[in-house]
Design a protein around this ligand. Sequence first.
Ligand code: GLY
Length: 369
Amino acid sequence: MIQLKEADKRWLEDFFSKLDTKLSRSAMELTDILPGGIDEHGKYVGVKNPCWWTNGFFGGMMWLMYQETGKEIYKNAAEKQELLLDAGLEKYDGLHHDVGFMWGLTAKSSYRITENLQSRVRAIYAANILAARYNIRGNYISAWNGDKKTYSIIDCMMNVPLLYWAAEELDRKSFRFIAEAHADMTMREHIREDGSVVHIAVHNDEKDEVIETLGGQGYGVGSAWSRGQAWAVYGFMLSYLHTGLDRYLETARRAADYFLEKAKETDYRVRTDFCAPPEPVYYDTSAAVCAACGILELYKATGEQKYLDGALALIKAVEQDCDFTENTQSVLQNGMESYRSGKQVHLIYADFFLCEALLKLKNSTFLIW
Ligand code: GLY
């Protein structure tokens, strides 16, 4: 249970009420697209590729809001999103490890909340697709298709919760064993001694061997891309919450300590890469709010005040990046897809994690993962 000071409670109520007003409007406006992207004016746009990894975030956010407010507009919007996502399942060939983000947030939530059996089927299909990407010799879930090389990426720690759920739902331990094997490989190969995180590892697909590591969406090889760092903080916390294994809690703690130490240097405005040169200055608000979600779970698990203070500092620092006007549909600005893009943009998942972080502060008990 999170206990906030009176002033923080008032701040939170005001913040959440503005978010609710803005998202209610989006829920009514966006009935026929999967708003996986956001244009330069902050309007949601449909992504042409039905397999695009961000396609489940709007639906997931609608379920979060429905759980908190009970408003039917959110439920209706979430259910429409799930139907639109079927085009991705039907295409199949374009699918990748991010089926966890896509159907874990949408179909799995729908089944858990409404007991819709068709949603259960979709979530189980997605879990099977994810499990089948496990390379039994290399001990990793392969991220992508269509390249001679095979990769594991830190982001996948946010996809494996779908496997923990499927293990319980189907009473089939193999899903959990795959999730744990992947998490253990990630602990070994993606988390450095100082708690910073490697985005991409290139694997030998015949045996348990990492050939090289890559900087991916961060500044470069050996750097610390802040969203990758956030995926590790929250991803390992989620593995801990699903398994109770202390090694995942300790890994989340190491990644979080690194994140908070670096974020403090810039008053908790989170840079896109913690190891990039001081200029140009790029921020990534999506990293800040995703990390805040993991750090709030870390606070609940350990009771250590520094984690509540750190998460609050991160969330308060992104307030200046929020747009609650009617000019835009999205809320959080100053996200960044990758360091090399050189562009500060709106990101659908930044809004999702902002919403989730505020609900955690409000002591919502619904863990969507
Ligand atoms: N999963 C891709 C990204 O974080 O941008």
